[in-house]
Design a protein around this ligand. Structure first.
Ligand code: MLT
Ligand code: MN
Length: 302
């Protein structure tokens, strides 16, 4: 199994289009070593040639063009993307499907809750039916499954505590399945990856799941709970958006510190997060903890 990070930033990307604040400004002015990042998405390949796209970000066109393995065969139209799996119905994870409308019908895997959002509050499946069409395949948390496009890999979703998007019919009454983590297991080696770009809380059951995996590729959105408020760019806390910040006694770094022998990588990093800057103190704290910060183009072979 091979994982390619197509986009390592949170919604908005880095820099964000309407921000000339902090590291965004530093990047515009050439005053930081922090590289630009596109919005959250990974691709996974098993023993075959096709890739499973996990989340379709608004930057998908740029991401595909930057990844030769996803291109069609010479002298043909097509794609190396065999299917798409969505972790939730958030705009930054789904809007890219509209950009794939010129191709063949899309095979889209997501939970019943995400599908409900994507046929009501954000009716992407309805819109796509006028273009390539999208065939929905239900992902049921807890049930292992395989995909024809991903031979040699088994998958299992885990329902997470996070937040449904603002347009979700169950925004005020979150349901298990609004947001999932994914365990990908290489059937040959038995090695497995836990992927969760949006993770608001880790309970004992989830900690057991994570403890059983070899690689943790998890929510790196915010360093602190009130980062957007402190920087004067927003009113929302990390918790209200369903993200566990890295700092704090029960923060992501404290959790990851339990598993020093695993490969641990932060992804879905917001444009306000100081860990984007390789020369920052928070980045040094992350690196001293043995935790990596994902970048666009990063390859992970568990
Ligand atoms: C999130 O994960 O909370 C999103 O990136 C927010 C957004 O896209 O607006
Ligand atoms: Mn997001």
């Amino acid at each position: 199994m091979e994982i390619r990070v197509l986009g390592s930033a949170a919604g908005g990307g880095f820099p964000q289009w309407n921000s000339n604040v902090g590291l965004n400004r530093a990047l515009h002015e050439g005053a930081t070593r922090a590289p630009a990042r596109t919005q959250s998405s990974i691709a996974v390949r098993g023993t075959g040639d096709d890739w499973l796209l996990i989340n379709a970000s608004p930057d998908i066109r740029e991401q595909i063009l930057a990844t030769p393995a996803l291109r069609p065969a010479p002298n043909s139209r097509g794609t190396g993307i065999g299917a798409v799996l969505l972790m939730d119905s958030q705009i930054d994870h789904t809007a890219g499907l509209t950009l794939l409308r010129e191709g063949a019908p899309l095979e889209v895997y997501c939970t019943r809750q995400a599908h409900e959002d994507l046929t009501t509050g954000w009716p992407l499946f309805n819109v796509l039916s006028h273009y390539c069409g999208a065939n929905w395949h239900e992902v049921v948390p807890g049930q292992a499954f395989t995909l024809d496009c991903l031979p040699g890999v088994s998958l299992r979703a885990v329902a997470l505590s996070s937040a449904a998007p603002p347009y979700s019919p169950h925004r005020q009454a979150p349901e298990p399945g609004d947001n999932i983590g994914l365990i990908l297991t290489d059937e040959d080696s038995g090695r497995c990856v836990f992927y969760a770009p949006g993770l608001g809380d880790i309970d004992a059951a989830l900690a057991d799941e994570m403890a059983a995996c070899d690689v943790l590729l998890v929510d790196g959105t915010f360093f602190t709970e009130t980062e957007m408020i402190d920087q004067g760019v927003g009113k929302k806390t990390a918790a209200s958006m369903g993200h566990l910040p890295q700092s704090g006694e029960a923060g992501m770094l404290a959790w990851l510190g339990r598993w020093p022998d695993k490969r641990r990588v932060l992804i879905h990093i917001n444009n306000t997060n100081p860990i984007l800057d390789p020369d920052s103190e928070p980045r040094a704290v992350v690196e001293q903890a043995g935790v990596e910060v994902a970048y666009d183009g990063m390859e992970i072979t568990p």
